[in-house]
Design a protein around this ligand. Structure first.
Ligand SMILES: [Fe+2]
Ligand SMILES: [Fe+2]
Length: 129
């Protein structure tokens, strides 16, 4: 988990760096995304390892899908961005496998759907503001 946390810090830094190179900017709601993620992580943590890991595994699975979607949309010519997204996708898969190997439960599908809906709202909002 400590290794995964370090990799997530890398992901944030790689994305921020690449966005800057491309002349873009981070979402102004970034503090809200951090705060929300922390609150969700704390809530999941309070439910014990099996469910905490279940939440982690499902989050990583959905992130992998999300990143695979970016790879389908990104220009083949944009090798730098593709390399960042592909490396993150691989590492998220590793985080998911670790969570499963450590005994993650399987979340009920309604909860997975709620997570997907929340992620769609967050990514849509973050893209715009
Ligand atoms: Fe990540
Ligand atoms: Fe991850």
């Amino acid at each position: 988990m400590k290794q995964a946390a370090g990799e997530e810090e890398d992901h944030l830094a790689w994305c921020a760096g690449r966005i800057e190179e491309l002349g873009g900017r981070l979402s102004v709601l970034n503090p809200l995304w951090y705060g929300g993620a922390l609150a969700m992580g704390m809530a999941a943590g309070a439910m014990g390892d099996r469910w905490n890991l279940a939440f982690l595994a499902e989050t990583e699975r959905q992130v992998e899908e999300h990143l695979a979607g970016h790879l389908r949309q990104l220009s083949p010519a944009d090798a730098r961005t593709r390399a960042v997204v592909e490396q993150m996708r691989v590492e998220e898969g590793g985080h998911r496998s670790t969570a499963v190997a450590l005994g993650a439960a399987e979340l009920p599908w309604p909860l997975k759907s709620v997570m997907r809906l929340a992620a769609n709202i967050m990514t849509t909002v973050a893209y715009r503001i």
